[in-house]
Design a protein around this ligand. Structure first.
Ligand code: DHB
Length: 520
C-alpha cells in the first residue's frame, strides 16, 4: 500500500519551500474519496483513481469552475512503477481546457472526437477545426473516432494528470457582477498549481515536475503560467480566493498556438497581412478553437488600411525595442518596411516545417509561397505565404474598435462586460464612453510581459507549436514568445506544424517524447 507518511516526509524535505504550512483541511485532498476509471491507449488498459471536481480554493467565486480533476494510475498506490517513474517521481501533466478565453470545466479522460457531451468537461477535448480551412490545411479528424486524449496518453506513460477548470470572460454572478474577467483564468491556474504543492505527499506525483498544456487561449494561459511563476502581482487575488500558500512556478510549458501578447497582437497581425484587403471574420462567440466556426467574408476599407499601416509601423518599433535574439544569436529586428531579421527568421521556421514534413514523407503540393528545386524546398516567400493563408480577422484583429471581439470581453471588469485594452483602439474607438483596461491587468494576462519581468520565476523548458495554416494570430507571436523565454535562460523548442490549422494536441507522440526527455 502506498506509504503517505513516507512520501510526505521525502517530498517536503526535497522542496525548497520549507516554511511551515498552516494546514487548511478544506484544501487537503480526501484520498479515500475517488472513483475507479480505466483508459485504453494502444490496447494497453490503465486503471486509475479519479478524484473529480476537487475545489482548489477555499473561497471559490465560481465553484463549478474552480475545481480540478485528478487522475492517478492505480499502480502507484501499490508501490508499482510505470516506465522509469514511481509514486514519488511521476511528473504531473497539467492540461487546461480553456478555449476562446471562455470558462472551462476541468478536462476528463474522454477521447478527442467524441460526439459533443455536456458543455464543459466532455467537450473540452474536442477539436473541431473551422469549416472553411485554408487551402491545403489538414482535414479534421472524423467525429466519433475516439482518438485518445492527451491526458489518456499521459497516464499510459506514467504521468499523474491534474486537469484544472478556470473562470472565463462570460461568467456573471447573480448580482450581475462579472466574475471571470482578466486575470481570473490565470489566477485560477496558479491556485490549482499551489493546491498540488500544498498536497504534496498526500497522493503520488512530483509537484516539482508540473508540465502545463493548452491550446489557443489555453495555450496562452499555459505559457503565462510558465512565464509568471510566483509573481507577487497575483498574490492579493489568490489570497482573496483562499488559495493555498506557496509557490506556483512550474517545470515546463507546452503551448499550442498561444493567443498571447494581446497588447501587441493587433500590430503583429497587420505586419503579417500587410496590404491584404479581404478577411474571413469569425463571429465572436465562435472564437473558441473547439467549436465549429462560422465565417463572414469582408473587405477592409481604405480607412482601415490606413490604420493597418499605423499598426504595422508600431510593430516595427515594438520589435526593435525588445532586442530579442534568434537561437543563432542575431538580433530579431525589423526595418521600417517590415522586412529584416525577424521576418527572415519566421520564413526560416516555415522552411524548416516544409522540410521536416517532406522528410517524413508528406507530399507538400505546390504552395505558391514555397520555392522548390528538384523537389527540394529552397526558399519561402513570406508575403506570398500571408496572401495564401489569408487574413481571418478584421482590423484591429484583437482590440476591436466596436468592442466586438472575445478579447474585448476578456478585458471587462466586475462592472463592465467589454473594454478596450490598447491605447490605439481606445483612441480610435467607435463606442463612446468605452473603457480601457489598465496596463497592469493587461500585463497580468500576458506571457510576453510577465516573462520579461525579473520577479517571475520562468519555466526552463518550453515546447511551442503553431500550425502553418493558423491565421488566428501572427506567426510573430509564438516566435517572439520563444525568443523571450530563451532570453530568460529557458530551453525552447519552437516549430511550425505543417498544414495544421488553429488547433492543438495533434502530435501526442512527439509531445510526450519531448516531455519524457525533459524529465529524465
Ligand atoms: C481563441 C481563438 C482566437 O482567435 C482568439 O482571438 C482567442 C482565443 C481560441 O480558440 O481559444
Amino acid at each position: 500500500e502506498f506509504n503517505l507518511a513516507l512520501l510526505a516526509a521525502a517530498t517536503v524535505s526535497k522542496t525548497a519551500f520549507a516554511q511551515p504550512i498552516r494546514e487548511n483541511p478544506q484544501l487537503l485532498l480526501d484520498t479515500e474519496h475517488y472513483k475507479h476509471q480505466q483508459v485504453t491507449v494502444d490496447g494497453q488498459v490503465i486503471q486509475v483513481r479519479a478524484f473529480e471536481g476537487i475545489p482548489y480554493v477555499a473561497r471559490p467565486v465560481e465553484p463549478e469552475y474552480q475545481v480540478l480533476n485528478l487522475y492517478i494510475p492505480e499502480t502507484y498506490f501499490q508501490g508499482g512503477r510505470i516506465g522509469s517513474f514511481d509514486a514519488r517521481s511521476a511528473p504531473i501533466f497539467f492540461p487546461n481546457a480553456v478555449g476562446g478565453y471562455m470558462p472551462a470545466k476541468p478536462g476528463t479522460l474522454a477521447g478527442r472526437g467524441f460526439p459533443p457531451g455536456p458543455p464543459g468537461g466532455q467537450r473540452a477535448q474536442q477539436h473541431n477545426p473551422p469549416p472553411s480551412l485554408p487551402p491545403g490545411a489538414l482535414p479534421p479528424p472524423p467525429m466519433g473516432t475516439n482518438t485518445v486524449s492527451a491526458s489518456a496518453v499521459a497516464l499510459a506513460r506514467g504521468f499523474i494528470v491534474a486537469a484544472p477548470g478556470a473562470r472565463g470572460r462570460t461568467l456573471q454572478a447573480s448580482d450581475g457582477r462579472w466574475t471571470g474577467k482578466a486575470p481570473a483564468a490565470i489566477v485560477d491556474l496558479k491556485a490549482a498549481v499551489r493546491w498540488l504543492r500544498y498536497n504534496a505527499g498526500r497522493f503520488p506525483g512530483n509537484p516539482e515536475r508540473i508540465i502545463s498544456n493548452g491550446t489557443s487561449a489555453g495555450g496562452a494561459l499555459s505559457a503565462l503560467l510558465g512565464a509568471s511563476g510566483n509573481h507577487p502581482d497575483y498574490e492579493a487575488e489568490l489570497n482573496k480566493l483562499g488559495a493555498a500558500p506557496g509557490r506556483d512556478d512550474i517545470f515546463a510549458v507546452s503551448a499550442y498556438c498561444p493567443i498571447t501578447n494581446l497588447a501587441h497582437a493587433d500590430e503583429a497581425y497587420e505586419w503579417q497581412f500587410e496590404g491584404l484587403r479581404e478577411y474571413r471574420n469569425v463571429a465572436i462567440s465562435m472564437l473558441d478553437y473547439k467549436i465549429q466556426r462560422q465565417e463572414v467574408v469582408g473587405q477592409l476599407s481604405d480607412a482601415q488600411l490606413q490604420l493597418s499601416a499605423q499598426l504595422r509601423a508600431a510593430f516595427v518599433d515594438y520589435v526593435n525595442a525588445l532586442s530579442l535574439r534568434s537561437p543563432e544569436g542575431g538580433t530579431l529586428s525589423l526595418q521600417a518596411d517590415g522586412h529584416g531579421p525577424l521576418r527572415d527568421h519566421i520564413a526560416g521556421l516555415l522552411l524548416d516545417s516544409a522540410r521536416k514534413a517532406q522528410a517524413g514523407g508528406t507530399d507538400l503540393g505546390q504552395p505558391a509561397w514555397l520555392q522548390l528545386r528538384d523537389d527540394k524546398v529552397v526558399a519561402v516567400d513570406f508575403s506570398a505565404y500571408a496572401r495564401s493563408v489569408g487574413r481571418m480577422k478584421s482590423q484591429p484583429a484583437f482590440d476591436g474598435l466596436a468592442l466586438e471581439t472575445g478579447e474585448n470581453q476578456l478585458f471587462g471588469d466586475a462592472n463592465t462586460d467589454k473594454r478596450h485594452f490598447t491605447a490605439f483602439s481606445a483612441q480610435h474607438s467607435k463606442v463612446s464612453g468605452a473603457g480601457l483596461a489598465d496596463p497592469q491587468t493587461v500585463k497580468a494576462m500576458d506571457a510576453m510581459q510577465q516573462i520579461a519581468d525579473a520577479r517571475s520565476v520562468v519555466a526552463q523548458r518550453w515546447r511551442i507549436r503553431q500550425g502553418t495554416m493558423d491565421r488566428d494570430t501572427s506567426l510573430a507571436v509564438p516566435t517572439l514568445l520563444a525568443a523571450a523565454a530563451r532570453q530568460r535562460g529557458a530551453q525552447v523548442n519552437l516549430e511550425f506544424a505543417w498544414n495544421r490549422p488553429h488547433s492543438g494536441d495533434y502530435d501526442l507522440e512527439a509531445l510526450f517524447a519531448w516531455i519524457q526527455a525533459q524529465v529524465s
